[in-house]
Design a protein around this ligand. Structure first.
Ligand SMILES: Cc1cc2nc3c(=O)[nH]c(=O)nc-3n(C[C@H](O)[C@H](O)[C@H](O)COP(=O)(O)OP(=O)(O)OC[C@H]3O[C@@H](n4cnc5c(N)ncnc54)[C@H](O)[C@@H]3O)c2cc1C
Length: 335
């Protein structure tokens, strides 16, 4: 869960569509079916936890669904996922694979390993195009495309992300409880983060990576709890296979830490909802109502792309809700 710890970065043209992954098109429909089956009730863009949950609800509602996924979920580097009932401690892939296996049991749901590159409104619904140029149409669209965390320019940070550089104590704090821990932050957020992480360990240093912007009151309060404040500028992280050993400062001195918490800015993983006209809120999430409807009729969104509450459990809950609400809307239009 990352609700406190992420900030939105304004979108740049190159992140409108994620070109970092261009999967081989590998779908579960046969080639002939694939040619015939280009019109769906619902296309779900993004087939991780939120997308698969939406797919299951819609499959169980007998809807003809295509889930298109580019295989790049935000937690792919984390060795173990925690805090999701029945799957606590499993790898992210194990959870997603079992979910996909279960959704595949519903014969009206098809999968496509592909990157959706664009989407347009048509007379009767929507058309999406994948990176090979093939197009598919549907009456409704669900975007379960997540967000992309932007790594800061500190050597070693990206390699440690999700392994020993952590975004969320509820996901990973238990495993490093009572360990020598750092927080990379400053000011108000740094103060809030420190008071939160103090719940998991008392051996805590706030690394401000430059002059502290804490207020005198905040500084006093942190000191009262024996939380150290270190203003030295950081050069790099020394690590072994993502497991942090030392923070190396610009003056060449090293500080050993077992784990470090950090916030990362993010962008929407997929820019197509915005191309279709879906509004984002001030925090950079797709605006949705309680039925997961975006501001564009017929377009739904669920999971990390809509909320600060970033957990597998929440993504699954929102995806399930999206699936049910899309089906409800289709029933209202068809009945
Ligand atoms: C490092 C890290 C560790 C975490 N650890 C935990 C944990 O231990 N426990 C926990 O509960 N939560 C954890 N989380 C949070 C959790 O991973 C997310 O809340 C969850 O993955 C959100 O699911 P989602 O389906 O919304 O998005 P994602 O899982 O990010 O999936 C989005 C999917 O959409 C696809 N996609 C995007 N754009 C396109 C496109 N144009 N065409 C086709 N496909 C597209 C992507 O390839 C991806 O597969 C962690 C997060 C991070 C970053």
């Amino acid at each position: 869960m990352t609700f406190l710890f992420a900030s939105f970065q304004k979108k740049t043209p190159e992140n409108k569509v994620d070109h970092s992954v261009l999967p081989n098109v590998n779908n579960n429909l046969t080639n002939n079916q694939m040619k015939e089956e280009t019109q769906y009730d619902v296309i779900i863009v993004g087939g991780s936890y939120a997308g698969l949950a939406a797919g299951m609800a819609l499959g169980r509602a007998l809807r003809k669904v295509l889930i298109i996924d580019s295989g790049n979920p935000c937690n792919k580097q984390t060795p173990h996922s925690h805090n999701f009932l029945t799957n606590d401690g499993k790898t992210p892939k194990e959870i997603a694979s079992l979910a996909k296996q279960q959704v595949q049991m519903y014969s009206t749901v098809g999968f496509l390993d592909a990157l959706v590159t664009t989407g347009i409104k048509t007379e009767n619904g929507f058309e999406v195009e994948i990176h090979t140029g093939e197009t598919f149409t549907a009456t409704k669209l669900v975007f379960a495309t997540g967000v992309k965390d932007i790594m800061p320019n500190i050597s070693g940070f990206a390699e440690c992300w999700g392994i020993s550089v952590l975004h969320c104590p509820y996901c990973h704090g238990y495993e490093v409880r009572n360990e020598k821990t750092g927080i990379l932050d400053n000011g108000e957020y740094g103060y809030e983060f420190s008071s939160l992480i103090f719940n998991w360990t008392k051996d805590l240093t706030l690394y401000t990576n430059g002059k502290s912007t804490l207020t005198p009151e905040q500084t006093l309060k942190l000191r009262k709890h024996n939380i150290r404040i270190d203003e030295r500028e950081i050069e790099k992280f020394e690590h072994t296979d993502g497991y942090l050993q030392n923070i190396i400062f610009k003056n060449g001195i090293a500080a050993s830490v077992k784990a470090l918490y950090a916030r990362s800015p993010f962008v929407q993983h997929c820019g197509i909802p915005e191309l279709l006209g879906c509004e984002l809120n001030d925090d950079g999430f797709i605006k949705v109502d309680p039925a997961q409807k975006t501001t564009i009729p017929g377009v739904f969104a669920s999971g990390d792309n809509t909320t600060r509450i970033r957990t597998v459990a929440n993504a699954v809950a929102m995806g399930t809700n999206a699936g049910m609400m899309v089906n409800k809307e289709l029933i209202e239009e068809e009945f």
